[in-house]
Write a protein that binds this ligand. Structure first.
Ligand SMILES: [Fe+2]
Ligand SMILES: [Fe+2]
Length: 194
């Protein structure tokens, strides 16, 4: 018998909970992310349930992506309430999944921080962060993304470092704030200065 929560097992097959708020295009994005997650988990030789868990993270990361951000804001812990609306869906999905009885904290953590990044990511968290950014239909810089995809999952830390570096540069270029968690992920992946 699987140790995974029924909701997680269903999501691994592409069956989303009835409280999901996603349109067709978003669903296709989630499916592509789930497919990358499956491929990478299998390439790592993970056992069946772990492959399902990685796939389910791909399917569930954006489960509330199209909910009204202002409806999500009061549902997330205090520390996330000042986030821009488009980032609230990660923390909100983690809260909702926990309320449904999902108690796999690293799984929830990966979903909570899939947009921001976090220095405490385990491999599932890093893989989800990378899969969301590298799924093949992303329009911006497709060749660069394809090259990074080719290096996954073997070269995961370096790939994630390249992605977070790019995201930080992008935020700086647009004069946006960079969250501590995002900088923390960068710092966790570079060699300490001597
Ligand atoms: Fe997202
Ligand atoms: Fe996404």
């Amino acid at each position: 018998m699987s140790g995974l929560h029924p909701l997680v097992l269903a999501a691994a097959e592409g069956d989303l909970p009835d409280w999901a708020q996603v349109g067709k295009a978003r669903r296709r994005h989630m499916k592509r992310v789930a497919k990358l997650m499956k491929t990478w988990a299998q390439a790592r030789g993970e056992h069946e349930d772990e492959v399902r868990r990685w796939k389910a993270a791909g399917w569930l990361h954006d489960v509330l992506r199209e909910a009204d951000p202002e409806a999500l804001r009061p549902q997330v812990p205090e520390a996330f309430r000042d986030l821009p609306g488009r980032i609230l869906h990660g923390p909100a999905a983690a809260e909702r999944l926990a309320a449904e009885g999902v108690d796999d904290e690293p799984f929830l953590h990966a979903i909570r921080y899939h947009t921001l990044g976090h220095p405490g990511f385990d491999d599932l968290g890093k893989a989800l962060y990378a899969a969301d950014f590298l799924e093949p239909k992303r329009r911006l810089r497709p060749k660069w993304r394809a090259r990074l995809r080719e290096r996954m999952p073997e070269d995961m830390d370096a790939v994630v470092r390249d992605i977070v570096g790019e995201r930080i540069r992008h935020l700086i270029k647009r004069g946006r704030p960079v969250r501590d968690e995002t900088l923390g992920l960068w710092n966790a992946l570079v060699e300490p200065e001597r």
